[in-house]
Design a binder for this molecule. Sequence first.
Ligand code: ADP
Length: 459
Amino acid sequence: MNRSYKERIARRLTLVTAGIFFLVFLLIYLVANYTVVHNIDRELQLEIDKHKGEIFLVNGKIRFLHMDEWEEMEHTQLQLNPIFIEIVDLEGNSMDRSPNLGENHLTFSPEKSLAEEAWTQKIGSREVRQRQIPLLTAGKQEGYLLLAKSFADSRELLDNLRNVLLFIYPLILVSLYLSMRYLAGKSIEPLELISQKTNQITQQNLNERVPETGSNDEIGQLTRAINNLLGRLEQALQREKQFTSDASHELRTPLAVLRGTLEVLIRKPRSAEEYELKVKTALVSIDRMSAMIDQLLALARVENGKNLVKEELELITFLEELADSVSVEQGQRIQFQSLVSLPIYERTNEKSLEMILQNLLENACKYTGSSGEVLLRVGKDTTAFIEVVDTGTGIASEHLEQIFDPFFRVQEALDHGIPGTGLGLAIVKKLAQESSIQLSVSSEKGKGSTFRLDFNEAS
Ligand code: ADP
């Protein structure tokens, strides 16, 4: 996979570069071609300007203004700068031509003379640029002057340039492709290491990490992200293991009690009172186990994320009713207080909120007793909030974090035989997280606790 990836990078970059280089080379060639042709055409124009006023056709005869100069000029130019000249009549019949033309003739083309432009053509084996201008005598056209300049040197220069460009074009692309491939391979080497290492990590060695480079580039960020993910996975797995062992332990205790009770019962015949007592003990164990199983099921249901549907709920009415019903269930008075007079509407999952508050209110009643007070309060700052306040045993600051862990119970609660599974607040925490409700607690040992729910603005 790595190989194909680095090849893909190299291929794409090479393709893009091939396109760019093609355009640049084409531009170079076209500019060179234009410059060369333009220079020759300018020289041709100079020659035309020079000869135009010197050659005349009078009654079908050629007349030179300065015959001596003409012959001399023609002679010198023949040596140094091959200019081909031919004079033709109106039909294109040759009347005279420069000796350097040998057996050849320049091409006669009256329409080109009208367009006043040069064109490229071949005379024998030579390539030339040619112009054609009308020869006028006293305003009357008598024939044409044809002028041509050799294009051979320029053609050679242009051909050389084209050959060099065509030669270096594939060379550049091949070397670019190879170096890109090499560099791409080098750049993704750390990725190979990362995938090798992550492939080695299984549930058994989840504590191992991908070696970090320390740099803050994309690879460094990826490595850290993978390591953070591994860390979270490890913690989750650890929690899962802990949870399973705690759950088995918690279920084993009432089971052991149940078994012990039954064993005692079958050892010998007992009186009816003794049977009743033992059966009651067995029933307490069974109640404890079914409460635990109910809570475990509730927790599993939260983890399945079934409470995500949110609907508009008026909090004051809902909470007032809830305070009343829990109050009846628990046989303990729960005060209700609203800090605002207007209704408070909140988008939330009603079942979820009810379960959270039911757990918090039950705890408040359980850990306060009938001598204390339990208050359910609702208010609105920037967002709505609900508080469950009690004047009960309170929670020591070192336990404030732990109380939300599954099966955690403060020793005191165990010592005083307060019934419970240690799962209630774990459920509350999960439900709050799921509904995007912020859950916080403040408590003072011996004075009481306040559990607070803050609704998110977006919720
Ligand atoms: P349970 O109440 O079944 O033990 P929870 O998860 O609901 O389990 O609570 C965990 C622990 O937190 C309790 O055992 C108790 O020690 C402590 N706790 C919870 N709520 C209160 C409260 N309102 N006042 C004092 N302690 C509390």
